[in-house]
Write a protein that binds this ligand. Structure first.
Ligand SMILES: [Cu+2]
Length: 266
């Protein structure tokens, strides 16, 4: 008959290894939270739209909320690796099972997991609701976006069929993108504005944004679309309203380049 070796007869939360885990947990939580959120959000760059500002804030909040979980796993791993080594040729003694079967420990992890899930759901829904507000704005500029291996083309249907490979936008003006593809699936991504949507052949997908910063930002393809996918990069130049109008006026209007609704007769 197997006998269970118990190292400590008292309640599990008074055990030495549990206390060590607790202390490490308290130390590691702010370190992991700070480095993960700052490195992650820092790598995303300064936001060039409200959507991106909301996204970065959300990532910071979620990373901080997740850091106690990551720190707890790390603390348990460190305490186990350093304190539970077994030497010699004899088999290690049976592990203690007091934590696994303790109703109190089960209640703690179930309630904390449920609260974390609920928190992520509510905060995420609130942020999501703010996105794409410009889609319904009647004053929004309409831009048709066509992806093809391996470049993006931008058509301004309201302006006589101007077509450009560099996207020009006026600052503080909502813009709606109608996105499609000529060949395979691409994904239209304006990095610093935090918008990304699939470009599907034969379909039109919509997304919108209001750029709130003058400058040059990155457009990338975010869907592996072939050999030169990594080079499928364009620029977006956000200008003052006057500069934007001057740029539009300087472009040759070519109705031959007018974007056609996917599926419409050519
Ligand atoms: Cu692509």
């Amino acid at each position: 008959m197997a006998t269970t070796t118990r190292y400590f007869a008292g309640p599990w939360w008074k055990r030495q290894d549990f206390r060590r885990t607790g202390i490490l947990w308290v130390i590691l939580t702010p370190i992991i939270g700070y480095f993960c959120s700052e490195i992650q959000v820092g790598a995303m760059g300064a936001p060039a739209s409200e959507v991106m500002a909301t996204t970065e804030h959300l990532m910071r909040v979620f990373t901080w909320a997740a850091s106690p979980v990551a720190a707890f796993v790390a603390a348990m791993a460190i305490v186990s690796l350093l304190g539970k080594r077994h030497h010699g040729n004899t088999p290690p003694p049976d592990s203690e099972d007091v934590i696994e079967t303790s109703p109190r420990s089960i209640a703690v992890w179930m309630v904390s997991s449920a609260l974390l899930c609920l928190f992520a759901l509510v905060v995420g829904m609130v942020a999501l609701q703010k996105d794409n507000a410009a889609l319904l704005d009647p004053k929004a500029i309409q831009v048709n976006v066509t992806g093809q291996q391996w470049v993006w083309n931008f058509d301004y249907p309201g302006d006589g069929g101007v077509r450009s490979q560099v996207l020009h936008l006026p600052v503080d003006q909502p813009v709606v993108f109608h996105v499609t593809s000529k060949d395979v699936k691409h994904s239209f991504w304006i990095v610093q504005m935090g918008i990304k949507i699939d470009a599907n052949p034969g379909e039109s997908t919509e997304t919108s944004v209001t750029p709130n910063k003058i400058g040059t930002f990155d457009i990338r393809c975010a869907e592996l679309c072939g050999l030169l996918h990594a080079y499928m990069q364009n620029k977006v130049i956000v200008q003052s309203k006057e500069d934007y109008a001057a740029w539009l006026a300087s472009q040759p209007n070519s109705t031959a380049n007018t974007w056609t609704e996917p599926g419409a007769a050519a």
